[in-house]
Design a protein around this ligand. Sequence first.
Ligand code: MTE
Ligand code: HPA
Ligand code: MOS
Length: 788
Amino acid sequence: MNHPAIPELKAAIPELESATSAANWSGVGLSRKHESAELHVLGQATYTDDIPELQGTLHAALGLSSKAHANIVAMDLEPVKNSPGVVAVLTAADIPGVNDCGPIIHDDPILSPGLVQYVGQPIFIVVADTHTNARRAARKAAITYDELPAIFTPQQAKAAGSYVLPPMKLEKGDPQAAFERAPRKVKGELFVGGQEQFYLEGQISYAIPKENRGMFVQCSTQHPSEMLHVVAHALGLHSHNVQVECRRMGGGFGGKESQSALWAAAASIAAYKLKVPVKLRADRDDDMIVTGKRHCFWYEYEVGYDDAGRILAAKVDMTSRAGYSADLSGPVATRAICHFDNCYYLSDADIRAGAGKTNTQSNTAFRGFGGPQGAIAIEYIIDEIARELGKDALDVRRLNFYGIDERNVTPYGQVVEGNVLPELTARLEATSEYRARREAIEKFNATSPVLKKGLAFTPLKFGIAFNVTHLNQAGALVHVYVDGSVLVNHGGTEMGQGVNTKVMQVVAHELGLDLCHVRITATDTSKVANTSATAASTGADLNGKAAQDAARQIKERLAKFAVEQHGGDVASVRFADDHVHVNGQAIRFHVLVGQAYLKRVQLWSDGFYATPHLSWDPKTMSGHPFSYYAYGAAVSEVVVDTLTGEWRLLRADALYDAGSSLNPAIDIGQVEGAFIQGMGWLTTEQLWWNASGKLMTHAPSTYKIPGISDCPEDFRVNLFDQPNVADSIHRSKAVGEPPLLLPFSVFFAIRDAISAVGNHQVNPPLNAPATSEEILRAIDAVTAKVAQ
Ligand code: MTE
Ligand code: HPA
Ligand code: MOS
């Protein structure tokens, strides 16, 4: 992605120095451009593949299984070895350490040990002089398989009792008795498809052997520490022999939380064996065929409710397609269970989730991490209840909202604090003119037999923290140099979401400096150790606090020094406007720093943060897993062509609770991006495997992510500006994942438009993604039922 600078564009953009000087004050809470914005638009931002290659660098490619489930009985790799440019071919037997790259359960071989469990499973590594020669050679293996029966769908997995880990269950109250007592009942099934992360920069690792059994890995990853562990185990080394660095990713979206490991390990194994640098860059098709995606979910539900639409009992059994290994499917299922409630109080609930073992890619993290999959089920149910009762779905939603002082405990026992939903939904209802547009749409539909409009309002609540408690920790390192410039390093990784910009703002704010004095460096396991993945939307929360802790320690030392030199008291020393204000004087920050250095004051510090008050008992599925909740809501209006199933999003209004936003410009960008990405998941992005289990939608030609023309012309995104009740970094709230739930409103607006075909008398059976074919299927079902 390192394109040569575009001269006209470069001239139009001021140099970094001047662009970020005086007027560009650092303060947290202000809209500041992304720290790499200029580099991004100029094509000068360095991604892993842009790092200049060392002399002698070789290129690797993976040889993949063509069978979904089979034992390898014979493997002729001679044609691969004899292919032009090939230097080596490595198999499982060549791995010096452990043949595993699974993040939690060790069921994830780097290279197949003889059993293959999906089409696309890596079997061998080819190392050649060029990327193309390696790829060409990889196709030349002659492998003989002894095929075994395969399981592909969650339905088949459940029927066969095939799971990657024991199914989980959360029960609250007496759901069966409450269900039986309930005057009204709704029962059904729903299928919501998976989703490819489709990061623009694919998976890539560049491994460079170092002296004395060292390995340095440049890796596009959300989780450098995990890459370090996997590489160390695969090579049979201690962690201190391995160093992993990532300056930035061209997107991760969860797909580089655990699944960058295969590429890091394979490149490192080859580099270690051959004692030369090896780069492994997946091309798009291989990336999509090999790596896991968002889990599709299949739901079976039974819900009891009263005549007003209040839910009295909820029972849901969710089965995901985990793929052939566990990967993160356990925590994903846990988060799905803990988000089934979404914004609604459930007095009596039976919520189950099983991670079905299938002969497909091992599914993994994707923005929301099971949260969206949990919450969409109850939204579907409420949508059904509303139609059954002939009520507006917003009214039924509101009736079921968590209360403020009562009806405020989740099924897993955490009290819903800081619930801004009543105010937030009221505001959005007014600003989106929801009621007036509902009336206008009804009028439109009455006289429009082919085009039908639909409208939906959906709210969200999302729990912020890793649902594995110990992961909620972070470290940072802040250096103040003698010239007063500041260098920050923290455990978070930059994937475009702006964590570096936010952490820089926090540090600049703490030291009272303009943002231009603060620079951030690549994430590096040799600088901050034992970091968690940048995931669960906690990047800025955790690393912002850790960097603040480091900056405060330096600030305290400087304040003490300032008082020693200039009098006054430490408590009244202020750091602001690039100055240190002490005892009535204003001393330039860099001047004081220079003086402090001469007096041997330590000008750098580490910092640490562990989120307080968290607890989780996986046995009882209860506790206080989240630090706080983020809220939001959206209203979407669509028009559907009922003859073709084509549709357009006419207008979308979104209101998101980012607390006291650290950077509103970045947060609005996150909300917009998540909205469109979630809309793609629920509408056009369809994963399709053929009967042999080969993923056929493995390129943008067959897998349709939203384009710019799919964005609504009228897109109104706003932040609900109210401080977090929890003591988060500057009372902000996380923003990375929760807004992915906002485009539920698009899905339900489509369902509303379909329902208009039957005059809202029947519930359209609509699965996700609501492709044009699926929309036509649902319309046919509605028409058939109305005709009965
Ligand atoms: N935004 C961009 N531009 N690129 C990404 O890959 N990943 C999302 C979200 N926003 C992503 C993104 C996911 S899955 C998560 S968990 C968060 O960013 C992680 O970053 P944060 O915790 O710093 O918000
Ligand atoms: N999100 C992302 N990754 C995780 C989580 C989570 O909640 N829990 C464990 N790994
Ligand atoms: Mo995000 S799915 O937690 O990387």
